[in-house]
Write a protein that binds this ligand. Sequence first.
Ligand SMILES: NC(=O)c1ccc[n+]([C@@H]2O[C@H](COP(=O)([O-])OP(=O)(O)OC[C@H]3O[C@@H](n4cnc5c(N)ncnc54)[C@H](OP(=O)(O)O)[C@@H]3O)[C@@H](O)[C@H]2O)c1
Length: 257
Amino acid sequence: MNLKEKYGPWAVITGASAGIGEQFALQLAALKFNLVLVARRIERLQKLSDELSKTHGIECKVVPLDLSKEEAADELKGATSSLDVGLLINNAGMGYYGLVVNQEPRRYPTMIRLNCTTVALLAHHFAKRFVARGRGGMVIVASTAAFQGTPHMSLYGATKGFDLLLAEAMAQELKGTGVDILALCPGATATEFQGSAGGAAHTGADPARVAKDALCALGRKPVVISGFANKIQVVSERLFPRKLVVALGERVLRRLE
Ligand SMILES: NC(=O)c1ccc[n+]([C@@H]2O[C@H](COP(=O)([O-])OP(=O)(O)OC[C@H]3O[C@@H](n4cnc5c(N)ncnc54)[C@H](OP(=O)(O)O)[C@@H]3O)[C@@H](O)[C@H]2O)c1
């Protein structure tokens, strides 16, 4: 069974206007999925929707939405209720660099709602729908930051730890239901993320590669770490005391801030 037969006909992608989410849209469109494209920047979503519908002859629905709002998950549920959705790419996320003591705590609820609360509410809603229809798939985008404390990006790392543990546990809970859940853990990736987070520009993995790794792994395993060097990093971290791993991570993240 190919991906479209297994997880089609409609896929919902949060954070589809840029970066990894946009790459999921391009790759799923090429596989002939119909797409629900969700993010705040409507012009970008509309342009992508027009291009993908024209090139691949698929249906696209644009849902402009701030997913950090309390009612966001309900709005997305409403916007997708009449569509036969079989795949959710739970991808939209944000981060901030900076020491906890120097940060503006009023930003915290926004990040936690976007990276955790909305992710969990959408995971619950679509997993239930998928179980009822007997098949479905979900990618929850976590990070290699999920495996240890991330000084200079502490809250972000904590939200990604939440995403990883949620996906990993749901994958086990839903075994045998026909519903596959995957935690995608990219390392640094060349998207708008670093700039938005207030970090120094640096190179990263190709977001197309990251999306491809996830689509290859979905249904085969519960967690995928994208990129060989990142896999080695995460595996080798298990061999050392956590405090040493966090201290080494601090050196890297301080330079990126
Ligand atoms: N890039 C990395 O180094 C890296 C590494 C590990 C994990 N990740 C994770 O990968 C995921 C995608 O990030 P990316 O690297 O592709 O970053 P990106 O290029 O900044 O894209 C982020 C996407 O999320 C959307 N988004 C942000 N805030 C939103 C909000 N409040 N409501 C709705 N949509 C929102 C953005 O769209 P709008 O601005 O149009 O709303 C955009 O489409 C995130 O969960 C991130 O934590 C990234």
